[in-house]
Design a protein around this ligand. Structure first.
Ligand code: ATP
Ligand code: DP6
Length: 330
C-alpha cells in the first residue's frame, strides 16, 4: 500500500500552451519534450493511513488548489481501484530543484505522483494510464512518465481517453544531447502556467496562429530528433519558444516571463553561435533559459550563462522513465 517514485521534469521543445478543456486538461495542440536528468522529484504515496488525506509538498502542508490538484489524482486512483477500499492517503513529495520557476516542477511532481499512486493501489504498471492520470494533475506531467523524448498527442475525443504521451525516442537515442538549465531567478513566478496560458487562449490575437502550426512543428521536431540534427532542432526550439511567449506578450493583460538577465543570455547565445558554438535557448513560463547544445559544448554554454549573471547552472542529459524506488520518504 506504499510506493515511492522518482520522476524527472521534462522540457518541451515544442510547447503546450493552452487548453481546449480546462477540467480534463486537454490541450489545443500536441507537444514534444525532452526528459531531464539529473533534476528529479521523489514522491511517496501510501493508502490506508490516518483518518484523512495528508499532502506534503516540499516540506509544507499543501492547501487550497495545490492540495485539490493532488487529491484529484488520488481520487481517480481510488475510483479505478474500485473494490479495494484504499482509504485515506498520505503523500509526501520532495524536489531537488525550485518549484514554480518555469522548471516544470509540476511535470515531475505529478508524473511521480501518478506512478506512485497507481503502484500503491496495486494497479498494474501501465505508462499510458499513468500518463493520462498525470495529465489530470498538470498537463505537461503526462510527458514525464517516460524518459527520453515524449510526444503528448492532443487527441480528438472529448473525454480525453486519447490524450496522453508516448515515447518517441528513449534516453539512449541521443546521449550527447545536452540541456543546460540556467537559473537567473529562484523566485516563484507571479503568474502560473495554468493562468498564463488561459489568458493567452482567451485574449491573445496571436493564439489561433500559434495553434495552427503546432502539429506540423511536432512532426518537424520528431524528424530533427531522428536525424540528430542539432542545428535544425535548436533553431526550431528557439522559434517555438519565442512564439509561445509572443502569444502571452500580446494577451490582455500582457504577460512577460522574461527578465533582463533572460534577454541578456538569449542575446549572448546569438554571439556564441557567430563564433561557431552550437547553443540555442528554450524558455518555459519563467525567466530561466535552458540551453540546447551537445556534450562537447556544455561547458561553453555554462560559461555563457554564468557570464550573463546566472546564479546556478544544471547540465542535464536525456533522463529515463519514472521509476519505483525501494526507499520511502516516510
Ligand atoms: N512535487 C510536486 N508534487 C505535486 N505538485 C507539485 C510538486 N511540485 C510542484 N507542484 C505543483 O506545481 C505548481 C507549480 O506549477 P507551475 O506549472 O506553475 O510551475 P512549474 O511546474 O515550476 O513550471 P512550468 O511552467 O515549467 O510548468 C505548484 O504550485 C504545485 O501546486
Ligand atoms: C510552458 C510550459 O511548461 C507549460 C506547462 O504548463 P503546465 O503543464 O504546468 O500547465 P497545467 O496543465 O495547467 O498544469 C510548456 C510545456 O511544458 O509544454
Amino acid at each position: 500500500m506504499k510506493a515511492t517514485v522518482r520522476a524527472h521534469p521534462n522540457l518541451a521543445l515544442v510547447k503546450y500552451w493552452g487548453k481546449r478543456d480546462d477540467a480534463l486538461i486537454l490541450p489545443h495542440q500536441s507537444s514534444l519534450s525532452m526528459t531531464l536528468s539529473p533534476l528529479s522529484v521523489r514522491t511517496t504515496v501510501a493508502f490506508g493511513v490516518g483518518s484523512a488525506d495528508e499532502v506534503e509538498l516540499n516540506g509544507y502542508v499543501a492547501k487550497g488548489s495545490e492540495r485539490d490538484r493532488v487529491l484529484r489524482v488520488l481520487d481517480t486512483v481510488r475510483a479505478e481501484a474500485k473494490g479495494a477500499k484504499l482509504g485515506p492517503a498520505k503523500m509526501v513529495s520532495r524536489g531537488d530543484f525550485p518549484a514554480s520557476a518555469g522548471l516544470a516542477s509540476s511535470a515531475a511532481g505529478f508524473a511521480a505522483l501518478a506512478v506512485a499512486a497507481r503502484a500503491a493501489a496495486g494497479l498494474p504498471a501501465d505508462p499510458q494510464a499513468a500518463s493520462m492520470l498525470a495529465r489530470l494533475g498538470s498537463g505537461s506531467a503526462c510527458r514525464s512518465v517516460q524518459g527520453g523524448f515524449c510526444e503528448w498527442m492532443r487527441g480528438e475525443r472529448p473525454d480525453g481517453t486519447d490524450s496522453y504521451a508516448v515515447q518517441r525516442f528513449d534516453e539512449k537515442h541521443w546521449p550527447e544531447l545536452r540541456m543546460v538549465v540556467a537559473i537567473v531567478s529562484r523566485d516563484e513566478k507571479e503568474v502560473k502556467s495554468r493562468d498564463g496560458m488561459k489568458n493567452a487562449v482567451e485574449t491573445s490575437p496571436y493564439y489561433p496562429a500559434w495553434v495552427k502550426d503546432a502539429e506540423a512543428e511536432v512532426v518537424r521536431a520528431r524528424e530533427f530528433l531522428a536525424k540528430k540534427d542539432l542545428q535544425a532542432l535548436g533553431e526550431m526550439c528557439e522559434r517555438n519558444a519565442w512564439r509561445m511567449h509572443a502569444t502571452s506578450l500580446a494577451a490582455d493583460p500582457p504577460l512577460c516571463y522574461l527578465m533582463p538577465k533572460t534577454l541578456e543570455l538569449i542575446h549572448s547565445l546569438r554571439e556564441q553561435r557567430k563564433k561557431g558554438v552550437p547553443v540555442w535557448f528554450t524558455l518555459d513560463a519563467g525567466p530561466n533559459p535552458c540551453i540546447l547544445t551537445d556534450a562537447a559544448h556544455e561547458l561553453a554554454a555554462e560559461a555563457a550563462a554564468m557570464a550573463c549573471g546566472a546564479t546556478e547552472v544544471v547540465r542535464c542529459v536525456p533522463g529515463g522513465d519514472a521509476t519505483l524506488l525501494a526507499e520511502h520518504l516516510f
